[in-house]
Every structure is written in structure tokens, then in C-alpha cells.
Design a protein around this ligand. Structure first.
Ligand code: NAD
Length: 543
């Protein structure tokens, strides 16, 4: 146990490097990118102290050059998943009993490793695995991950300091125990920072973890494992398995010591996991914590008083950065008739100024590839649908090509039907649908925004009229967990805009906040009485 009330370093957001031509960081990341591109990495399962190579492998390829192979990863069988759980449970006692400042030091060291010696590696790996431009890699894999680590250490210390009052003669104290069992972390492809944070935040609070990364993020997940190891995370605290997600999940959710799931991904998958947990409830020793951040159909709604150039910029940045594959990406937009033409002209001008989609190695590219063939084919299907449907018209983009990489042009669909399929379905790509409303229907359009989608992740209102902003803020209260005024709906920063949505978008446990970390502890109240009574009779019983 610690011998002192230690103060953790004050967390500050990691400054974003520019990667401007001629900058040393640009040179360094490009050298690293080229070296990763030609090396053939062989990625094992990480279970306890072992690196396991099952021999049953799958290739890893960059989405922007899908015939090129940058390495292989080994697939787990059921016995490896069982072994991962056993190793986690074996590590649990020592890890849970390690004093908190030692745990904090490991994750603070990990943050410094990302900020320094691993920065180019984690960014280059994210550019290759997820086809992120250097700016998108930097704000995710470097800065957001560093911020998660530093701010979560600060929140952990705040949680431990949260203590009850004590009255005369007694001392009440709360200890924040890790969950009894192990936590299952299931992570998405789209953010390296989320992939690192979901296992790390649970482990930071003293839990042991089995982590299943997305198949499309394994190349950068491997660098996260290298960082955790170099930071001194003991063997068995975070065990990493890949392979058939259904088999892995069934094995884990069927275990009596399963005590929580930290999930980010699509809504349907999360609902299926919740259903399995419900069906297994009699198996578990404890009620599992279920934390999931899931899909979105994020909106921008512009009032007639909004400035057209600002609306256009919010659309272009909000919908197309990282090819619209942010859970917060704007994908349905409502603009007023009076300024619609001006807004649409600006949007088209901006899109015309982009290079054709290409490799992130060419740093003049704003748009790169979508994650895999499944995503590409799905997007192409909706684009073809829009070309045929009479209530839809493609006003920018609409072309796609998968001969070298999974490239989809940034596409704008204008629809006359506010319930057109692409106004309601999460497409997760560089496709945005715009509906023009009559200026006089502002109140109605707000109700439409609120009731159109089952999701409630992010949304933005643009207006200069304060009454309109107030009305939107009230009417749209439950349709976004992160609500933006006069901004794009993407780009949440840890420590400033804790992130998460409600309705079908998740449990809203706000990644990067004390609220989230509270889900990974089970508080124990300890009441100590200094002089214990020796007579059962209360004074009122006296004669
Ligand atoms: P996904 O649901 O396809 O995959 C997420 C994880 O679940 C992966 O590790 C995957 O292997 C696993 N998985 C897939 N099928 C499974 C199954 N049947 N059983 C168990 N596990 C399974 O999502 P994705 O394509 O990686 O990520 C995109 C989705 O994630 C989008 O819907 C996006 O909105 C959402 N997302 C949400 C947030 C948020 O904070 N709300 C953040 C990032 C991404």
C-alpha cells in the first residue's frame, strides 16, 4: 500500500504536431511508414508471458493497397481463449493488490512512450492499418491515446479521493475494488486510441483483461501491446486474442468469472452481446458491468441565420474527415431553403479541391481508403441506389474504385425525402445526405431531427439567432450525447468533451471521464467503530 497521499501530474492535452512539409516529425513518420511497409510482421497472440503462434494465420493489408501484405496475425482457437482467461485470473491477485501509484506510473510511462519514442511508430502503423492521413493518425493514435492515459490517471486519483464523512467515534472509508473476475474489452477498427483505452482504462483501475481487437486494426494494436510491455505492464494483465469473434465471445461470456465488458463498435453487435450476457446471467458470480459505445446517425441542422460558409465547412469536415468513418461523423444534414444553394455551392467547391482518394503516404491527400471490401461494397450499393431513386440526387462524387485500394469519392446525396434510406441508416463512409427544409418549418425540422433516427450520439446546430439555438438545445435534448453549437459534430477531446451517446448509440458512460472509470470498480464501504458498545439497550428503553 502507498505511504503518502500522492498527487498525480496535472493532465494536459498533448499538443498536435503539424507534419508540415520540412518538419522533422514528417520526415520521421515517413521513414517509419516505409520501413513498416516493406517489413513482414508476424503478430502472435499475447497470453500471460507467452507469445503464441498458432500457425493458422491471416494476412494484413493496407486498405489503400489491398494486394500488398505487411504481415500476418495468428488466429486463436477456443483453447487459447480459455488460456487467456486463466492467465488473466492468475495475474489478478498481484495486480489488484499493487498500490495505485504503481499502476498509475505504468500508464503515465506509456503516455510518455507514445509522446516520444513510439509516436512515429503508432502513427505510421495507424496510417497503414486504418488508412488514416497523418493528421488523422496524429489526433487519434498519438494525441487522443496520450490524453486518455494521462487524464484517466487524474480521474482515478479523484475517484480514490472521494470519501464519505465520518461521525464521532467512527471512521468511514471507501475502497474502490477492481471487479471480481476479469473484463472483456472488444474494440473497433476506427480509433487506435479507443483500442488502447478500452483495455487500459479497466486495467488502470486494477482489473485484468482479455482484449479482442478488430481484425482491421491488428497492425496498430501490436504497437499498443509493445508500448504496454515497455511501460512495464505485468504479464497477464492484458491478454490479447484475435480470430472468430463469435467463438471468442461465446467462450468469454460463458465463463463464471466474466465481470464486465468494455465494448465499442456497431449497435447490432452490442445488442447481441447484451443478449448473450442476459442468457448467461445464472452462470456468473457477479452481475457484469456492461459498457458499450455504439453506432450513430449524426446530424447537422442549420438555421436560416447560420452563416453559409460555416455550415459548409462543418459539413465538409464533419462528414469526410477519415472518410466519414468516425462514429461522430455528420451523415444527415438539414439546411434551410433560403441559404441552401449557397451552402451547397461551397460544399461542392471544397470537394472539388480535394485530390482523388489515395494513399496516406502522399500527404497532400485529404481522403484515403475505406477500411475493407465489405465497407466498400456496402457504400457502393447505397450510392448506386441513390443514382436510381427518384427522391435522391447525387450532387458531388458518386464514383468508386477498388482495383488498388477501397476508394470511394466523397459523395453528397440531396434528397427530397427526410426519411430517405441514407438519412436513417448508418453507412460509415464518405457519404452525406442533405435535406432542404422550408425556412418557416424550423420547429418541425427540429422534431424531425429528433425522431428520424434510433441513434443519439452526436449532432450540431448552426445559427446566429440565440432563440433558435436555445430552442434546438431543448428540442434535441435526447438525440445527442455530444451536442455542438456552431461547430462540426466530430473531434471530441479527452478532458474537454467526454464522449458517448444514448438511445441506440450506447450506454453513455463517457469515455475519458471519471464516470467511465467508476464502471470498473466495485466500491467497498468500511465502517470502523473505535470504542464498540457493550450494552444492547438504547436510552429510550430506560424506565
Ligand atoms: P463492429 O461492430 O463490426 O466491430 C467491433 C468489434 O466487435 C470488433 O472487435 C469485432 O471483431 C467485434 N465483433 C464483430 N462481430 C462480432 C460478434 N458477432 N460477436 C462478438 N464480437 C464481434 O464495428 P467496427 O466496424 O469495428 O466499428 C464501426 C462501428 O463502431 C460503427 O457502428 C461506429 O459508429 C461504432 N463506433 C462507435 C463509437 C462510439 O463512441 N459510440 C466509437 C467508435 C466506433
Amino acid at each position: 500500500m502507498g505511504k503518502g497521499f500522492f498527487q498525480v501530474p496535472v493532465a494536459v492535452n498533448e499538443p498536435i504536431k503539424s507534419y508540415a512539409p520540412g518538419s522533422p516529425e514528417r520526415t520521421e513518420v515517413l521513414i517509419q511508414y516505409k520501413s513498416f511497409y516493406k517489413a513482414k510482421v508476424d503478430i502472435p497472440l499475447y497470453i500471460g508471458k507467452d507469445e503464441i503462434r498458432t500457425g493458422n494465420t491471416k494476412p494484413l493489408s493496407p486498405p489503400h493497397d489491398h494486394k500488398h501484405i505487411v504481415g500476418h496475425y495468428h488466429l486463436a482457437e477456443k483453447k487459447h481463449v480459455v488460456k487467456a482467461i486463466e492467465n488473466a485470473l492468475t495475474a489478478r491477485n498481484d495486480w489488484a493488490n499493487l498500490s495505485w501509484e504503481q499502476r498509475a506510473a505504468i500508464f503515465l510511462k506509456a503516455a510518455e512512450l507514445v509522446a516520444g519514442p513510439y509516436r512515429a511508430k503508432i502513427n505510421a502503423a495507424t496510417m497503414i492499418a486504418q488508412s488514416k492521413t497523418i493528421h488523422q493518425a496524429e489526433i487519434d493514435a498519438a494525441c487522443e491515446f496520450i490524453d486518455f492515459l494521462r487524464f484517466n490517471v487524474e480521474y482515478m486519483a479523484q475517484i480514490y479521493q472521494e470519501q464519505p464523512d465520518s461521525s464521532e467515534g467512527i471512521w468511514n472509508r471507501v475502497e474502490y475494488r477492481p471487479l471480481e473476475g476479469f473484463v472483456y474489452a472488444v474494440t473497433p477498427f476506427n480509433f487506435t486510441a479507443i483500442a488502447g483505452n478500452l483495455p487500459a482504462s479497466a486495467a488502470m483501475m486494477g482489473n485484468v483483461v482479455v482484449w479482442k481487437p478488430s481484425d482491421s486494426q491488428i497492425f496498430s494494436a501490436k504497437i499498443l501491446v509493445d508500448i504496454f510491455k515497455e511501460a512495464g505492464l505485468p504479464d497477464g494483465v492484458i491478454n490479447v486474442v484475435y480470430g472468430d469473434p463469435v467463438m471468442i465471445t461465446k467462450t468469454i461470456l460463458g465463463h463464471a468469472d466474466f465481470s464486465g465488458i468494455h465494448f465499442t463498435g456497431s449497435t447490432d453487435v452490442f445488442k447481441s452481446l447484451w443478449t448473450q450476457i442476459g442468457a448467461n446471467i445464472h452462470t456468473y458470480k457477479t452481475y457484469p458491468r456492461i459498457v458499450g459505445e455504439t453506432g450513430g446517425k449524426d446530424f447537422i441542422v442549420a438555421h436560416p441565420t447560420a452563416k453559409p460558409k460555416q455550415v459548409a465547412t462543418a459539413i465538409v469536415r464533419g462528414a469526410f474527415e477519415f472518410q466519414g468513418q468516425k462514429c461522430s461523423a455528420a451523415s444527415r444534414v438539414y439546411i434551410p431553403r433560403s441559404t441552401a444553394n449557397e451552402i451547397l455551392e461551397y460544399v461542392k467547391e471544397d470537394i472539388a479541391s480535394f485530390n482523388s482518394p489515395g494513399s496516406p503516404e502522399d500527404m497532400s491527400n485529404f481522403i484515403t481508403a475505406v477500411i475493407h471490401e465489405g465497407a466498400f461494397d456496402k457504400l457502393a450499393r447505397y450510392i448506386e441506389g441513390a443514382k436510381k431513386d427518384k427522391e435522391a440526387k447525387i450532387i458531388a462524387g458518386g464514383n468508386y474504385d477498388k482495383s488498388k485500394g477501397y476508394f470511394i469519392e466523397p459523395t453528397v446525396i440531396l434528397t427530397t425525402d427526410p426519411h430517405y434510406v441514407t438519412m436513417e441508416t448508418e453507412l460509415f463512409g464518405p457519404v452525406v445526405t442533405i435535406y432542404v427544409y422550408e425556412d418557416a418549418s424550423w420547429a418541425k425540422v427540429l422534431t424531425l431531427v429528433d425522431t428520424t433516427s434510433p441513434y443519439a450520439l452526436t449532432g450540431a446546430v448552426l445559427a446566429t439567432d440565440r432563440y433558435a439555438i436555445d430552442e434546438a438545445t431543448r428540442t434535441l435534448q435526447n438525440c445527442a450525447g455530444n451536442f455542438y453549437i456552431n461547430d462540426k459534430p466530430t473531434g471530441a477531446v479527452v478532458g474537454q468533451q467526454p464522449f458517448g451517446g444514448a438511445r441506440a448509440s450506447g450506454t453513455n458512460d463517457k469515455a475519458g471521464s471519471a464516470q467511465n472509470l467508476m464502471r470498473w470498480v466495485s466500491p467497498r464501504l468500511i465502517k470502523e467503530t473505535f470504542v464498540s458498545p457493550e450494552d444492547y439497550r438504547y436510552p429510550f428503553l430506560g424506565k
